[in-house]
Design a protein around this ligand. Structure first.
Ligand code: WTA
Length: 644
């Protein structure tokens, strides 16, 4: 290794100047582009294939099918191959409940539980291709159930436990799920989330559901419908110890995960097996450089894509030890997470800018009370991280020893796309930039016509080639798939984010360019909120905008015109808030509701969203933007609006 390369290896400090070339990174990056077949042939080794694949990629735009002809099972990757090796006694999961309960789960425990749950699913008539909706808290059974679904070839459809009965019913119906798996309750800030009760309400209008499988948790009393509901602990008594993993085609679906787009209805993002698995494992290795000694902790809920890929699939397929924590970050006190890092000796810690900003508010004394010296790598995800939060994280959590992988990606991309990758080569970081694309990712920053922009100009990001983690499509939504992602810049994948490439080639991801907003990193569509609002008997018209929020990144601001005979009042505001929480879930809680006489519209009747946004922003809650050129964003937004 040359002295210059050595400098790279040790230098992780944020800096504006750095050494070029990034040899190891660039060699790998180039080989993924110039010899895609050879590159992915080599990197597909990260999984154990029951039948080797015949073709790396079948690219029939806009559909990409990876590792065609190959057969494999994801639960085999995550449990069998470890349970049969020296890793059988290795800890797979340190689980900690919000109330202080703990479990240490080895890979052989995991193997046993996944098999038994697979047997339960089979006995309840679940098999290959069936859809199973999962509405669970962050308990070990969440992992068992997902892997048990894989094992029998079923497609899981996880719904975050903050969503309402109505949202569950919509997703169950769209996916045609035969079963819903839930728990009697879950813990959240010392209270019980009545999950089974919420499901009971939902399944009143879901004719496809034959069974609700219930895991007893929290001691919360529930009512069981004998014709439909089944206790997991009863079924487990007679469960088989071993269920042979179903040999799935690499291109078979693994899961559906609903996410918000620009339409009023969430889209069921459908992911495949082989390509997704290869992408999940390699991206984790590249961005976080895990070893068998690592203790990995991704704080995301499995209800979101981050939890799917970086709590369930990648860490378990790689045989890592990880921490799963059930509850809120600030319960019973705001140093709960630092206590957990200290207790389990966490070495890789991956969380969101919203969490970091929340901790910043409470001061550096709290993390300082705990030993965070085991940390080696940090990560951030879900929304742009502002440089202040980045610096605070780097200094107070990483103690200036840990690089931060700011990972930019989406539900649709399956895994990280643009991120620092110390697992390939360390390079200097810039707070607020997700840095460089991973091998296989070919991004370009373009204007509204799809013309590549010069350095330092803000435009839209597009991806010019398919990568293994790309979704199979939208469940029940072929036309929507083509229109949403592929029609704007034909042939290229359009993520819908603003971006800028600086003169060093680093990419800055600057937030959504469409009507999707990110509240505490959670993805919500303004159309979905508006659709729900007009469903309320007092509302004539509704429009939703976002406002910057010091902690949550963005907050929801609602504009409504009321029906003739309805008086604007605090009561109506309360009712509308309640209505949104019931129609969508707690993540849809508005920050502010503004009653207006008329919504601003163009002559053709289109709501002038930029105007509403300007009004929503009139009451600034602090500067959270990472941009120094607001005007160009507005110009870019104007151009984007034209396209919509
Ligand atoms: C945003 C979450 C800036 C982005 C994994 C994207 C980010 C949307 C980052 C996808 C990041 C995610 N920097 N923005 N590091 N990570 N985003 O599907 O706007 O919930 O389009 O996936 O989150 O959200 P999703």
């Amino acid at each position: 290794m040359s002295t210059e390369e050595k400098k790279f290896e040790t230098q992780n400090l944020p800096t504006k100047t750095y050494f070029w070339p990034l040899k190891r990174y660039q060699d790998l990056y180039n080989s993924a582009l110039t010899d895609s077949e050879g590159f992915w042939a080599k990197h597909s080794d990260v999984l154990s294939w029951e039948k080797p694949w015949e073709k790396v990629l079948d690219w029939n735009p806009p559909y990409a099918r990876w590792f065609v002809g190959g057969k494999l099972n994801m639960s085999y990757q995550c449990v069998d191959r470890h349970a049969k090796s020296w890793r059988k006694s290795k800890v797979a999961i340190y689980w900690e409940g919000e109330n202080g309960d703990t479990q240490t789960i080895s890979y052989s425990d995991l193997y046993e539980n996944v098999n038994r749950y697979a047997s339960v699913l089979k006995k309840l008539g679940i098999g290959k291709g069936d859809r199973v909706t999962v509405y669970l808290p962050m308990i070990p059974e969440m992992v068992y159930i997902l892997l048990a679904c894989n094992r029998v070839g079923a497609i899981h459809n996880v719904i975050f436990s903050g969503f309402s009965s109505q949202s569950i019913a919509d997703r169950v119906n769209d996916s045609g799920s035969k079963m819903v798996v839930t728990a009697s309750g879950g813990h959240r800030r010392g209270k019980i989330l009545p999950l089974k009760e919420i499901v009971d309400e939902a399944v009143k209008s879901t004719p496809s559901v034959e069974h609700v499988l219930v895991i007893k948790y929290t001691g919360y009393e529930v009512v069981m419908d004998p014709a439909r509901d089944v206790w997991a602990h009863d079924m487990l008594k007679d469960a088989d110890k071993y269920v042979a993993p179903e040999a799935m085609d690499s291109t078979d679906p693994l899961f559906i995960l609903y996410t918000s787009g620009t339409t009023g209805k969430p889209k069921g993002i459908l992911h495949g097996t082989g390509g997704y698995g290869v992408w999940a494992c390699n991206t984790l290795k590249w961005a976080f450089k895990p070893t068998d000694e690592s203790v990995f902790w991704c704080t995301a809920d499995v209800g979101w894509i981050t939890g799917h890929t970086y709590v369930v699939y990648a860490p378990l397929a790689l045989g890592l030890t990880q921490v799963i924590y059930e509850g809120a970050p600030d319960y019973p006190s705001v140093d709960r997470w630092w206590e957990i890092i200290d207790k389990y000796g966490v070495s890789i810690f991956y969380t969101s800018p919203t969490a970091i900003r929340m901790f910043m508010r409470h001061g550096e004394e709290l993390p300082a009370k705990h030993n965070l010296g085991t940390l080696e790598m940090l990560g951030s995800v879900g929304e742009p991280i502002n440089p202040e939060a980045w610096e605070w994280y780097y200094k107070n959590i990483g103690h200036e020893n840990c690089p931060i992988s700011d990972t930019w990606w989406q539900t649709e991309t399956g895994g990280f796309m643009i991120t620092p990758c110390p697992g390939i080569q360390s390079f200097p970081l810039k707070p607020g930039s997700a840095t460089l694309p991973l091998p296989g990712v070919d991004p370009v920053v373009v204007d509204a016509e799809g013309k590549e922009l010069p350095a330092n100009e803000i435009g839209f990001i597009a991806i010019r080639k398919p990568w293994p983690g790309i979704m199979l499509g939208i469940y029940n939504g072929d036309e929507l798939y083509k229109k949403t992602y592929w029609s704007r810049f034909p042939g290229w994948y359009c993520p819908g984010d603003f971006s800028m490439k600086d003169s060093d080639g680093y990419l800055w991801l600057l937030g959504r360019a469409d009507e999707v907003i990110k509240v505490a990193g959670h993805r919500i569509s303004t159309a979905e909120l508006e659709h729900a609002l007009v469903g309320h008997s007092s509302v004539a018209e509704a429009a939703v905008a976002s406002r910057p929020d010091e902690v949550k990144g963005e907050a929801i601001v609602v504009f409504v015109t009321l029906k003739k005979d309805v008086e604007a009042s605090a009561d109506v505001k309360r009712e509308l808030t309640h209505h949104l929480r019931t129609a969508i879930g707690t993540i849809a809680t508005p920050e502010e509701i503004i009653f207006v006489e008329k919504l601003p519209k163009t002559r053709s009747g289109k709501i002038m969203r930029r105007l509403l946004k300007a009004v929503a922003n009139e009451v600034p809650i602090g500067d959270t933007t990472t941009l120094d050129d607001e005007t160009s964003v507005n110009e870019a937004r104007a151009a984007f609006d034209e396209l919509l």
